[in-house]
Design a protein around this ligand. Structure first.
Ligand code: 13P
Length: 340
């Protein structure tokens, strides 16, 4: 079933210079939280309208090469009755799909979590492919404290990520492997370095055990940051230095692209930090973005669920996409934040 040339073509489409991914794959409870923050009810119609708005943004394909969708969205249609994956493709944006089924407590590891969704995955992927998806995403989550994450969580999540990636490659779908070390807590940036290094080391160990082809996957990591509750936040150049050093120590050069999640950073921080990393060069992999909140917050605040605000919302999305595209080249200028 798997065709290496097809996986390669998808990887190339997803690692074009100056382009990144839009993560629009919020699960039901998560999108409800995001909508609630701006007073929108999370009805099926509102979710459809929002994702239709995002994907129909004029010129979005100049800066965005892939979109991660939620299962519900794959079957929805735009305001013009076009299937949303087809609309993405027409914008030169590859449609992808979140395939994990969320996280639960990891038994016998208090405080740690494990991501579910491997059972029946091969079959589900066949269906998603028929609906147009060419890549997938699976998110593992790691909490930081003095004790967390424990060895068991690091090993169990790495194994699940690797099994997922192998199943995707067999199905002709490019896996995005997402180990997210959370920003919650008051830990130092040094503690985040330590945890991220252990997590990534274990992930690549597991990927090798499961014979995952590194050239045909992307990594979606968190940046190395002090906890959101820590008194002092490092400047962008320090975050960039620590993140790139950690990645160089753990991610083989065969991996074609690293696309960061934003994880609760402000849109401006996420752009500035990506920019600072791309000013350090040369790097073995392409460093780009796969942001959810950092791309969607400004347009969501502009939209407020009203048809009259669609154009303003699309402008706000295009602006973030364009600024992050500049950050992929190390050419972001914070002064650009002021312009339309
Ligand atoms: P954030 O950029 O909001 O962290 O979302 C990215 C994502 O896909 C999380 O799984």
């Amino acid at each position: 079933m798997s065709n290496p040339a097809e996986l390669q073509a998808t990887v190339e489409a997803l690692t074009q210079p100056g382009k990144g991914l839009l993560a629009a794959d919020e699960s039901g409870p998560t999108i409800a939280r995001r909508f609630e923050s701006v007073g929108i009810e999370s009805s099926e119609e509102n979710r459809r309208a929002w994702r239709s708005l995002l994907l129909s943004t004029p010129r979005l394909g100049e800066f965005i090469c892939g979109v991660i969708l939620y299962e519900e969205t794959l079957g929805q249609r735009s305001n013009d009755a076009e299937a949303l994956p087809a609309l993405a493709t027409r914008q030169h944006i590859v449609p992808g799909i979140k395939v994990d089924q969320g996280k639960i407590a990891l038994a016998h590891a208090p405080g740690d979590e494990i991501t579910e969704g491997l059972d029946g995955l091969a079959k589900r992927l066949d269906g998603y492919r028929r609906q147009g998806a060419r890549f997938a995403k699976w998110r593992a989550v790691y909490h930081i404290s003095d004790q967390l994450p424990g060895r068991l969580a690091i090993e169990a999540n790495a194994d699940a990520l690797a099994r997922y990636a192998a199943i995707c490659q067999d199905a002709g779908v490019v896996p995005i492997v997402e180990p997210e070390v959370l920003m919650d807590g008051d830990h130092t940036i040094e503690r985040c370095v330590e945890v991220t290094e252990s997590v990534l080391h274990e992930v690549f160990h597991a990927l090798r055990r499961h014979a995952v082809i590194l050239e045909h996957m992307l990594l979606k990591p968190s940046m190395v940051l002090a906890g959101a509750g820590h008194a002092q936040q490092a400047p962008a150049d320090e975050i960039a230095l620590q993140t790139v050093r950690t990645l160089k120590r753990t991610v083989p050069a065969a991996v074609p692209g690293i696309v960061f999640l934003s994880g609760g950073q402000t849109p401006e921080e996420a752009t500035a930090n990506l920019d600072a990393m791309n000013r350090i060069g040369p790097l073995p992999w392409r460093l780009s973005f796969s942001y959810g909140r950092a791309l969607q917050e400004p347009p969501l605040a502009a939209w407020k669920g009203l048809a009259a605000n669609v154009e303003a919302a699309q402008k706000a999305l295009l602006k973030r996409a364009q600024l992050n595209s500049a950050a992929c080249f190390g050419l972001y200028d914070p002064a650009l934040e002021q312009g339309a």
